[in-house]
Design a binder for this molecule. Structure first.
Ligand SMILES: NC(=O)c1ccc[n+]([C@@H]2O[C@H](COP(=O)([O-])OP(=O)(O)OC[C@H]3O[C@@H](n4cnc5c(N)ncnc54)[C@H](OP(=O)(O)O)[C@@H]3O)[C@@H](O)[C@H]2O)c1
Length: 307
């Protein structure tokens, strides 16, 4: 398709009713046009995240509307709206398309994003791995920041073999925190390779109370119970954090688009400091099949859709 796509159509993965993977449809829709301050990206690849399954299932509402799927993207800018400086056609970028209830997402042939939500794509990371960076990377970085712990403090990362958890282990270790990783028994070697100083198998607990927990496995109360009095708990499901107790600061992370922070993460990925695992790639046309795979327990690494 050309840059002047007004009147042209594209394929996009959408839901027109909530339920399982079978509700994911491919719709033919007009190619979106970038408004002031926006860029249009020709999608190369886009991660399929747990939140997409939740949108599809109706967790965030939006009944009666056609909802677009997909929160993250890597691709090439093919058009810019008025007032955009710094980006031009042909630039390879990654970006976050925040929002659960939206008409179109990144699981499409084109997506329009605010120019402030994108960063130059990594040069040293392949396109599928790059597609897995924006959502998990920004969430992990913001959650580690939210811990507010000084170097040398102890932190427990639950779900440490997952995408957010794994990147959080790497970023927390890099920030000088002493990381204990909680994950499945088969994940010990992997999470230690990310920089975890100690490992706790699922259902277990660290030897002593920790200064903070970053709860990427969404364990809630049982994870909060592992924090020392006056420590910190960071949860990843907004409005679902356990009640504060024992002077513990309870925080909820909600990711936000941030091109500058994303650029820092891209630099780390290019330097080999972030591990972006890809489990499997599906063409956009097989989005429903990819959702089925997402619902299968034990997936390691991001499932990616290619446009
Ligand atoms: N607030 C936000 O802005 C935001 C942004 C991004 C993600 N999130 C949320 O953060 C969570 C993690 O996302 P993700 O992308 O990292 O998902 P992911 O890649 O699927 O990883 C989740 C990890 O948690 C593990 N896990 C699940 N239950 C566990 C338990 N009881 N004990 C130990 N480990 C357990 C899973 O292991 P198994 O595969 O073995 O079950 C998996 O390794 C999701 O709930 C997601 O919706 C929130």
């Amino acid at each position: 398709m050309s840059a002047n796509t007004s009147g042209r159509t594209m394929l996009a993965a959408v839901v027109n009713g909530f339920g399982g993977p079978e509700r994911v449809e491919l719709a033919e829709v007009p190619v979106p046009r970038p408004a002031a301050g926006q860029v249009r990206i020709r999608v190369a690849a886009a991660g399929l995240n747990p939140v997409d399954g939740a949108v599809r299932a109706g967790v965030f509402g939006g009944d009666g509307q056609q909802l677009g799927l997909g929160w993250e993207v890597v691709g090439e800018i093919d058009g810019t709206g008025p007032g955009v400086t710094g980006w031009s056609r042909g630039d390879r970028v990654v970006g976050l398309h925040y929002g659960a209830v939206k008409p179109l997402g990144t699981h499409a042939e084109y997506v329009v994003l605010d120019a402030t939500a994108v960063a130059a794509a990594p040069a040293a990371v392949d396109v599928l791995a790059a597609a897995a960076l924006p959502l998990a990377g920004l969430t992990a970085a913001r959650a580690v920041e939210q811990l507010g712990l000084a170097p040398g403090s102890s932190v427990l990362v639950t779900g440490a073999a997952g995408m957010v958890g794994g990147l959080a282990v790497q970023l927390a270790a890099r920030a000088g925190l002493v990381v204990t990783a909680l994950a499945g028994p088969g994940d010990e070697e992997f999470v230690r390779s990310l920089g975890a100083a100690a490992f706790v198998p699922r259902g277990g607990a660290p030897a002593g109370a920790v200064d903070g927990v970053l709860d990427a496995a969404v364990l809630g109360g049982p994870a909060l119970a592992l924090v020392r009095d006056g420590g910190v708990y960071v949860g990843l499901i907004p409005h679902h954090a356990p009640a504060a107790e024992r002077g513990i600061r309870v925080e909820e992370q909600e990711v936000a688009p941030d091109g500058e922070l994303l650029a820092e993460l891209v630099a780390l990925a290019d330097a080999g400091a972030l591990t972006l695992r890809v489990s499997e790639a599906f063409p956009l046309a097989e989005a429903a099949k990819a959702h089925e795979r997402l619902a299968t327990p034990g997936v390691r690494g991001r499932i990616v859709l290619t446009a």
